[in-house]
Design a protein around this ligand. Sequence first.
Ligand code: DGL
Length: 263
Amino acid sequence: MDSRPIGVFDSGVGGLTVLKELKKKLPHEDYIYIGDTASFPYGSKSKDTIIELSKKKIENLIDMNAKIIVIACGTATSQALEEMQKIFNIPIIGIIDPTVKYLKQNNIRNIGVIATVGTIRSNGWQNYINKNIDNAHVMNKACPLLAPMAEEGWTENEIARLTIHEYLKEMDSKNLEALILGCTHYPLFKKLIENELGKNIDIINTGEMVAKELEKYLLENNLENDKTNKSEVNIYLTDIECNFLNVAKKLLENEEISIKKLQ
Ligand code: DGL
């Protein structure tokens, strides 16, 4: 048993879609969440910068006594996870591996990936899928406007609907079995994406896959918290701005949210 918190980070509100799934699956764990709002967006930055930013966040989470790190960010997973696993001794989970395990288990081969420019440019999903699933066909599409719109809270309005239509119209959805929301901001648009693509496509919220994987990892490594623990979530931002709180409240529903500035 291990009562230390789980450390989670992203560039902004997106990683809360992962945190929400972690809390559902592991309600007795404590969590520390860092939203690197001062450096948002990650999606348009170079690989070297993403590595530096990720390193700093992981150091912060280790200083706050995290027992495991969840990179709740597609951009940082695709460009920095490998490097981080080399540098740090602490276990680090990203969003790609747990999702690809799900695709493999379910025999899914015709896969769409939408993500940030940095993630698509890195070929992180494409390479990992091709390495693990024979005869997989991957269709990629960068959607750079979506993460800033999610930070703004524009996830259900007409502008969001039109933007999603514009990005997804090129996807050959007739042949698609699953669409990976390869940026953790995108589950906030799930309803509109479903409306655009129809109900037959498995729209994958990577947070759900990460939660399953994390539960398994904690159990196998005897790292779970006591089942009687009343979970605590502490959110730190590198820059305080009030919109984060509005989006966070909507997303985490009943959760009491306290936000502090990361010193
Ligand atoms: N939520 C992040 C991702 O999964 C980052 C979005 C951004 O900062 O551009 O890629």
